[in-house]
Ligand binder design. Structure first.
Ligand code: FE2
Ligand code: FE2
Length: 184
């Protein structure tokens, strides 16, 4: 079981993960529109990752006898000045999500909710990876001179990012575990 306070906070996190998915979907569309297919691919893979993050919490709330409450997902921006700006915004957003996960852990400790505390550990680890990925790509973008850099460098990074593949399933109708087993 989970307390009302925890249930509300987890529902808010579902919304934040869905917004993350929406944001990266918008970035993917923007990259596609400016001819950066590799960047577009990277952000679409990221979209799938965020959907999994949302679904894991969705399912956890239900398994704990709580009620899932879906709120409106905010409209993301649709234009960015450059790939560099997109990754700066992505890193900023992930840092915001990390703080949000940390607040959830604090609440779980405060509420003596051991199960949720353990459940959230996956997200704590995941956020380290998320920020690391963004920092790596930001470093590469800065290496090729950021916004004012040479186009060749940017196209090489674009080619690099086109290799990213999703391991995230899209059908969660039989639950997370079954979905993950079906898509190793
Ligand atoms: Fe996430
Ligand atoms: Fe994320």
């Amino acid at each position: 079981m989970i307390g009302k306070k925890m249930e509300t906070a987890l529902n808010e996190q579902v919304n934040k993960e869905l917004y993350s998915a929406y944001l990266y979907m918008a970035m993917s569309a923007h990259c596609d529109s400016i001819g950066l297919k590799g960047f577009s691919n990277w952000f679409m893979v990221q979209y799938h990752e965020e959907m999994l993050h949302a679904m894991k919490i969705y399912e956890y709330i239900q398994r704990q006898g709580g009620r899932v409450q879906l709120k409106a997902v905010a409209e993301p921006p649709s234009e960015w000045e450059s790939p560099l700006e997109m990754f700066q915004k992505t890193l900023e957003h992930e840092q915001f999500i990390t703080r949000s996960i940390n607040d959830l852990v604090d609440l779980a400790i405060q509420e003596k909710d051991h199960a949720t505390q353990i459940f959230l550990q996956w997200y704590v680890t995941e956020q380290v990876e998320e920020e690391e990925n963004d920092n790596d790509i930001l470093a590469k973008l800065n290496l090729v001179g950021g916004d004012k850099g040479d186009r060749n460098g940017l196209f090489m990074i674009d080619k690099d990012l086109s290799a990213r593949m999703t391991t995230v399933p899209t059908d969660f109708s039989k639950g997370i575990e079954a979905a993950l087993k079906g898509n190793p």
